[in-house]
Write a protein that binds this ligand. Structure first.
Ligand SMILES: Cc1cc2nc3c(=O)[nH]c(=O)nc-3n(C[C@H](O)[C@H](O)[C@H](O)COP(=O)(O)OP(=O)(O)OC[C@H]3O[C@@H](n4cnc5c(N)ncnc54)[C@H](O)[C@@H]3O)c2cc1C
Length: 308
């Protein structure tokens, strides 16, 4: 079980220094995070949307420690909105945000995160698009759902993420599967204790299907965040059984992972949204991608050895 070890290592400052300083890291990182600045990312947005894909943009940088950094994160998203405005792509390009990056873990963090994320949600609405609140570790979720509810009073299209590995998620899904809600279901990417989360892959997969059924049979808009071919086939079947049309749910996958499948689903007429991260503070995001697939770690370590 390499995944939990990598996730634990991702919290270590020593490991961060080692990984970010390694000369080969950049080329491996580029597979998952295709740019550092908004100027790098605009051509990627144009290319992917030109191929019939939709996008959700993530400015990486969850490990902030001061209110000034949280305000800078807000400004980075506002700068992105400025660029999206010129591209006139509307809801074809939405944004994903991590509330930790907006200050949630700092003193008075709940209010601070809400105050920082609100202008981003407002700016997104003004150009005809939306924001989805990512799910982070389980200790942050009550605050995330409360902020989601607050934002939805003025911006009902604001989305949120639920994680199949958490025991609480089936109840969250029943609450959220209501008209007008947009909910992304993922397996979950953090190291969670056995008191709150399933630990075995088969248990997580079964929970994913149960929650997906609740979302598909409900009145909201399900967003299926997974690369798992079995779950994608099950999602199509459940959508069909629930009488949903192709524009009444969507698939979402991460940039750089199963890219041919993104295009295949889009060509079949599905809404396919690619979660595309960019920015300089990519360490946490990158380490979660390594943890999801041991082969990524092996590739990374091999390149370090061969160039070292
Ligand atoms: C759009 C999107 C948004 C997400 N948002 C969140 C979030 O807000 N909170 C959260 O906790 N998690 C989030 N995740 C991550 C998620 O929780 C999982 O960790 C991740 O999606 C891997 O699970 P899987 O469903 O793809 O299934 P898995 O069983 O892990 O993977 C299925 C197959 O997909 C491929 N694959 C999966 N991951 C990788 C990888 N890293 N590198 C190469 N191939 C891979 C492999 O072929 C693998 O066999 C998100 C995932 C997606 C797709």
């Amino acid at each position: 079980m390499l995944g939990p070890v990598i996730l634990a290592a991702s919290r270590s400052d020593r490991m961060r220094r080692l990984v970010t300083a390694a000369p080969v890291t950049k080329q491996v990182v580029d597979r998952f995070i295709p740019g550092e600045s908004v100027d790098d990312i605009v051509p990627i947005i144009e290319d992917l949307t030109g191929r019939g894909l939709q996008l959700t943009m993530d400015v990486v940088g969850e490990d902030i420690t001061t209110p000034e950094q949280a305000a800078a994160a807000r400004d980075a998203y506002l700068a992105l909105v400025d660029h999206l405005k010129d591209l006139e792509l509307g809801e074809r390009v939405e944004m994903s945000v991590k509330l930790s990056m907006f200050g949630q873990a700092l003193e008075g963090g709940h209010e601070l995160a809400l105050a920082n994320v609100r202008p981003v949600v407002e700016a997104a609405a003004a150009i005809g698009t939306t924001v989805t609140l990512d799910a982070e570790d389980h200790t942050t979720l009550d605050s995330m759902f409360a902020i989601h509810e607050e934002l939805r009073k003025d911006f009902p299209q604001t989305g949120c993420v639920i994680q199949a590995y958490l025991f609480r998620t089936e109840a969250d899904a029943r609450r959220l599967a209501a008209a007008g809600s947009r909910v992304r279901l993922v397996k979950g990417a953090y190291k969670e204790p056995a008191e709150v989360a399933y630990q075995q892959k088969h248990e997580i997969d079964k929970a994913y299907v149960r929650v997906l059924r609740t979302l598909m049979e409900g009145d909201g808009y399900p967003m299926i965040g997974s690369h798992d071919p079995r779950l994608i086939a099950i999602a199509q079947e459940l959508a069909h059984r629930a009488g949903r049309k192709l524009d009444e749910y969507e698939f979402q996958m991460l940039y750089g992972i199963r890219s041919e499948e993104h295009l295949r689903l889009a060509a079949e007429g599905h809404r396919m949204r690619v979660y595309t991260a960019y920015g300089t503070d990519w360490y946490g995001y990158f380490m979660r991608r390594l943890a999801e697939k041991p082969a990524n770690l092996r590739f990374f370590l091999r390149s370090m050895v061969s160039t070292g």
